[in-house]
Design a binder for this molecule. Structure first.
Ligand code: BGP
Length: 475
């Protein structure tokens, strides 16, 4: 592999450096100020365990890190790191506690006013995800989530409420977090209460269609309310490599890529690609698509955003089709890569590859809205100050950003980079706090004990320096 020496090269002027979080993983206060339950409140073990019906004192999900009450302190720390952008989600059930009401909950709306006030105070641009794995529980249980067409209307109402309330102060919006994950995690991603094993392909793909129509519809609504708003889709990005050069392996890669890319293809092109229609035919799925749906889908996005954690391999050899750990979509492990403590394989070059792939495919501005390393941290005292010497996280960040710089040199148009979990939060897949991503340590343990005090890790200074030099300090 040849790598141009770009040491000292800076990122484009105005590059949006920052961090990303999701309401259900850090806000806490799950039942405060009129908030209704979301599906997350009944998923106490994260994605890996079936839900319980209601949270009980014995089976309550580990609450976030009380951002709900400490937002000013936390945003001040982000500002100290130099954040230009802060990605967060709006808890749908804070605004519409059940999801199908017509009138919003004012106390919920007021909370995000306060969060945006703090961002403005520090000159930080908000980047808001409308739906980040937190469908109101009532919509999941009563309607089977996105399987039901009526969800489109409820979501439009929620989105319109947010655009009208915050649209003068929030320019960047994402419709659904990692929308392509619904194929693998229908409850978490699509609020679908029917367990995956019992869910028919017909219902799964109909739910996908409803989400895609809803996403396009609120893109139109956003632009009607304020033509300056920038609306993006958000997908799991994952380079897939053939395990061998066998054409059968390469074909497997193409088909797996299609599964992932169909979602952003529709968002960018405004119509279903032929390979997707073929897949539906082969599955025997006949989608209910109205003429109005087809028109709505033509409201395409302004940019494509994505999370990037892992790459995987594909093989046509049935004896090698093991499934390694990874971000929701696991795959055949790559013998050339090391993995994190949670088995997620680390591949900085894959980030350059995916940036090029996406840019070549759509020629739309890109935004990396998640990337990060979940690791076990040890709190130590240095000169009387509590900290974490997280050189492994610094290495990960540096190596990925070097590849981002390479991709920019390749000609990719990239608006920004938000590290996942700039402060330790509850993991989406395992509901642990000990899977830490943060530059800021939070004193909270998996059993809920801890003072919730915040401590800067070594990586805090590193990222601060990267931002201050607009990337020139990368090694
Ligand atoms: C993505 C989710 C995030 C986040 C991240 C890390 O899939 O969008 O919500 O949690 O993965 O995953 P985890 O928390 O499982 O380590």
């Amino acid at each position: 592999m040849s790598t141009t020496d770009l040491t000292g090269t800076t990122f484009p002027e105005g590059f949006l450096w920052g961090g990303a979080l999701a309401a259900n993983q850090y806000e806490g206060a799950y039942d405060v100020d009129g908030k209704g339950l979301s599906i997350q409140d009944v998923m106490p073990k994260g994605i890996v365990a079936p839900p319980t019906e209601e949270p009980t004192p014995d089976n309550l999900k580990l609450e976030g890190i009380d951002f709900y009450h400490r937002y000013a302190e936390d945003i001040a720390l982000f500002a100290e790191m130099g954040f230009k952008v802060f990605r967060f989600s709006i808890g749908w059930s804070r605004i519409f506690p059940k999801g199908d009401e017509t009138e919003p909950n004012e106390a919920g709306l007021a909370f995000y006013d306060r969060v945006i006030d703090e961002c403005e105070k520090h000159g930080i641009e908000p980047l808001v995800t409308l739906s980040h794995y937190e469908t109101p529980l009532h919509l999941a249980k009563t309607y089977d989530g996105w399987v039901d067409r009526r969800l489109i209307g409820f979501y439009e109402n929620f989105a319109r409420t947010c655009f009208e309330r915050y649209g003068k102060r929030v320019k960047y919006w994402l419709t659904f977090n990692e929308i392509n994950s619904v194929l693998h995690a229908p409850l978490m991603s699509g609020g679908i209460w029917t367990p995956l094993q019992q869910l028919s392909k017909q219902d799964l793909y109909q739910a996908i269609h409803h989400e895609l129509v809803a996403s396009a519809s609120v893109t139109r609504i956003a632009h009607e309310i304020n033509p300056d708003l920038k609306v993006g889709c958000m997908v799991i990005a994952m380079p897939i490599y053939p395990l061998t050069p066998n054409p059968a392996d390469v074909l497997k890669v193409m088909q797996a890529d299609h599964d992932n890319l169909a979602f952003s293809d529709v968002h960018v092109r405004g119509t279903y690609p032929g390979y997707f229609l073929r897949k539906l035919r082969e599955l025997g799925v006949e989608l209910d698509i109205t003429d109005e749906d087809r028109n709505t889908l033509k409201n395409t996005v302004d940019f494509v955003s994505f999370s990037y954690y892992v790459s995987i391999c594909e093989t046509s050899d049935p004896t090698k089709q093991t499934k390694g750990e990874g971000n929701i979509i696991g795959g055949v492990p790559n013998p050339h890569l090391e993995a994190s403590e949670w088995g997620w394989q680390i591949d900085p070059v894959g980030l350059r590859i995916i940036l090029n792939q996406f840019w070549d495919r759509w020629q739309k501005p890109l935004f990396i809205v998640e990337n990060g390393l979940g690791a076990k941290d040890e709190l130590v005292e240095v000169d009387g100050v509590k900290t974490v010497i997280d050189d492994y996280r610094i290495q990960y960040l540096n190596d990925h950003l070097v590849q981002v710089r390479e991709a920019i040199a390749d000609g990719v148009e990239l608006w920004g980079y938000t590290w996942w979990g700039p402060i330790d939060v509850v993991s989406a897949s395992t509901a642990q706090l000990s899977k830490r991503y943060g530059f800021i340590y939070v004193d909270r343990n998996d059993d809920g004990t801890g003072t919730l005090e915040r401590h800067k890790k070594k990586s805090f200074d590193f990222y601060q320096q990267v931002i201050a030099t607009n990337g020139a300090s990368l090694r």
